[in-house]
Design a protein around this ligand. Sequence first.
Ligand SMILES: [Zn+2]
Length: 303
Amino acid sequence: MLHFRLLGTAAGGGFPQWNCACDKCASSRAEPEKVSPRMQLQAAVWNSSDAIFLLNASPDLRFQIEANPELRPRTNLGNRNTPIQGIVLTTADLDQILGLLLLREFQPLTLYATALIRRVLEANSFFRMLERVPNQLSWVEIQAGVPFALGTSDIVCTPFAMPGELPVYAREFASGKPGQASLGLLLEGDGMRIAYTPVVPAITDSLRTIYSRCEAIFVDGTFWSDEELSKTHARMPTAQAIGHVPMSGKDGTIALLSDVPALQRVFVHLNNTNPVLDPRSGAYNAVVEAGWKIAQDGWELGQ
Ligand SMILES: [Zn+2]
């Protein structure tokens, strides 16, 4: 059986964010039972409990592993072991790769990434800690449109190109052709098809076609509205301008994907400015009424 679990659901910074006193962050501190705190986005997929794969690696990863018993080391396999076989990278964003630095300790791992993302990481001396001994890190270079099996599992992963540039810290690297800097993932196993697209700068026809073939889709839920950032922070750009289709509005995800038949439509990568974080909000109710779910930390597909 294919397991797909969300270990964290917030955008970069988490929820509440350390330097944010907005009403939502304040509510999640004062009434965590009503407005759930969230760790930064992290997903894991497996169909055998001894071969678990992470989709990216969040800065909260150590807590996320401990919070999910399936990901902890086994007490009957010696002092040093992990069921985590590998990590698939879809981006070089710090919120989605910093967790790699927590996975050193000489543990052999497989890292699936595009040639460009590999170059960005290998240019940074921190990441050499993952390659201190032979066979510690095995790189597998992946390409948009080329399916591959995840390790020893029979889960097939097909990356697909998403629009988007490298993050600001890595702008010295040329992004090259589309699909090098930012990927979506199509995961197939045990008769299930899942699309994982935490950052969606535009709903293209090809993306809609992929979503239409899936039983479950995980979609960019960073912002509720296009002007959301500018409401809480002066002189901030719109959601669209920084590469996120908002949930609401006639050009929003809910409207543009209303005809996608996926049984499970789930918003992930929720920014601390997003009103859907409060289940008492009108925005939250509108999302649920439209047949979408707001992802929760620890939520697993099929449950
Ligand atoms: Zn906040």
